[in-house]
Design a protein around this ligand. Structure first.
Ligand code: NAP
Length: 469
């Protein structure tokens, strides 16, 4: 088969199938019921894209590609197994840093290669190269900073100083001006390293004033930048699939960050310039007020007597990996005729879809997972709201205290249930660092302990009651 036949028939077909795979993957990942199918079709799409690209005539030497393949796999595969589910945000940040660096380095290579090849760089290609390298370099360092903050290698609190936004915008402005100068006059090669250095520095400075609390949202935004960089690379390399895949990545990352901002009632500017973590430190004192606590036996009896139980999982369930025990509890209660449903807050846990993924892993039926807006009107009818390691997402201060750092954030209205039971280890605050009035309400029982062991004890009690009956 000649290269021409390949380029004109096979390659477009492979790329079209890959693009369709990516679009279907995003569509199917929208629901837990189809998410697995979405992942598989996305992987097949990527395989087709890689095979198609390797068949292209530009590939002159497969040796380096093979080396890169083995080195990349040797790093990527262990990371996938070693890092726990709760560390997915930092793992994602690290992947973005690598992807963005690859994009920026390809742009840099294309720029310098054009001179050694004696090729003239058109304005359109230069615009694409400048965008690709600017977004690529800044996303690389910003993602590494986000990784460092989430992994607690770097301090989580926001670092701010007077005139910070001015300095940041100044550096970005200088990079943009040099970028324009390069587009107008591509031959000024000495400008390129300055341009790249400014983009790298801007990435670091962009993240410094943002607290660890806001990193998952920022990561979604950086995902969007990395996608746009890849899309620009598609224009520079005349690769249609990169344009499509990059645009999908760019837009979905952007939409995700907007959804997360809305779910936390935060604006984009507040996330990027708000230095949110500082509020947490000052607000992190919990009051010494009396609370009512209960044992696993008490909790099992209350659950056994209920008709409707709404389970509200949060970050603590993920930390304790309590989802499988929860599934056992769900089975026992369902067998007894108790209607058990799971209320899912969009930002419960530490990444979007965190609770859905864990509950799906434990095979909790999808139709039992209810979205916040859907279940809230039914909360007054619930006999028991069983909160497992959730805190901010059920904090009534979001509705009642306009000065609260989470004021206006939509919550799951657990406080409306007849009885509220909260499994957590202590009275310590959650992510936003604030006290929770829910714990002091007369209809609330605190179930102190690790989520997994407490749910295990409830399961044992329920099983014992079941045998005795
Ligand atoms: P949260 O407010 O962080 O509270 C989690 C609670 O779990 C803590 O109060 C902790 O209390 C408890 N906990 C920790 N380990 C536990 C264990 N082993 N067993 C039992 N309990 C345990 O969590 P959330 O209610 O899920 O709220 C999520 C927060 O993250 C929100 O503020 C949200 O805005 C933020 N956020 C989420 C995302 C996202 O994409 N999901 C992104 C950015 C920010 P103890 O220490 O007393 O046990």
């Amino acid at each position: 088969m000649t290269q021409e036949v390949l380029n004109q028939t096979i390659l477009p077909l492979l790329y079209m199938a890959a693009a369709a795979g990516f679009i279907l993957a995003i569509k199917w990942m929208n629901s837990p019921a189809t998410a697995r199918r979405g992942v598989i079709v996305g992987e097949i799409g990527m395989l087709l894209a890689v095979v198609g690209t390797l068949l292209r005539f530009e590939v002159v030497n497969y040796q380096w590609i093979l080396i890169a393949f083995f080195v990349g796999s040797a790093i990527g595969v262990p990371i996938a197994y070693i890092m726990p589910m709760t560390a997915v945000p930092q793992r994602t940040a690290f992947s973005h840093a690598c992807g963005a660096l690859a994009s920026a380095l390809i742009g840099t290579a294309e720029y310098y290669k054009s001179f050694s090849d004696g090729k003239e760089l058109s304005t359109v290609v230069m615009i694409a190269l400048v965008l690709e390298t600017l977004l690529g370099f800044l996303t690389c360092t910003a993602s590494l900073m986000a990784f460092g903050k989430l992994q607690e290698i770097l301090p989580q609190r926001p670092i701010t100083y007077k005139g910070q936004n001015f300095v940041n915008l100044g550096i970005f402005g200088a990079a943009a001006v040099i970028g324009i100068a390069l587009i107008v006059s591509p031959g000024q090669m000495w400008l390129f390293p300055i341009f790249a250095a400014l983009a790298l520095i801007f990435g670091v400075l962009l993240i410094i004033p943002i607290g660890g609390a806001d990193m998952p949202t920022v990561i979604a935004l950086l995902n969007s930048y990395a996608g746009l960089s890849a899309s620009a690379m598609g224009f520079a390399l005349n690769n249609q699939l990169l344009i499509v895949a990059g645009a999908l990545d760019g837009s979905s990352g952007f939409i995700l960050s907007i959804i997360m901002c809305r779910a936390m009632n935060r604006s984009f500017t507040n996330v990027l310039f708000g230095a949110f973590g500082q509020l947490q430190v000052s607000a992190a004192k919990t009051e010494a007020r009396p609370v009512r606590s209960a044992s696993p036996e008490d909790a099992a009896q209350i659950l056994d007597a209920a008709r409707t139980v709404v389970v509200i999982p949060g970050y603590g369930m993920a930390v304790a990996q309590a989802q499988h025990k929860l599934r056992e509890m769900f089975d026992l209660l369902t067998k007894r005729g108790v209607n058990v449903e799971f209320a899912i807050h969009p930002v419960a846990g530490r990444m979007p879809g965190h609770m859905n993924v864990l509950l799906a892993e434990a095979d909790v039926p999808y139709d039992k997972l209810r979205e916040m807006d859907d279940i809230n009107p039914e909360m007054p009818m619930a006999d028991v709201a069983l909160i497992i390691g959730a805190n901010d997402v059920v904090n009534p201060a979001a509705e009642t205290d306009p000065k609260s750092p989470i004021a206006g954030m939509p919550i799951i209205q657990a406080y409306k249930a007849h009885t509220v039971m909260v499994i957590k280890r202590s009275m310590n605050p959650g992510f936003a660092g604030i006290d929770n009035d829910l714990y002091y309400m007369p209809n609330t029982l605190m179930l102190f302990g690790d989520a997994k062991s407490f749910v295990s004890s409830i399961v044992k009690e329920l099983a014992a009651v079941g045998k005795a009956a």
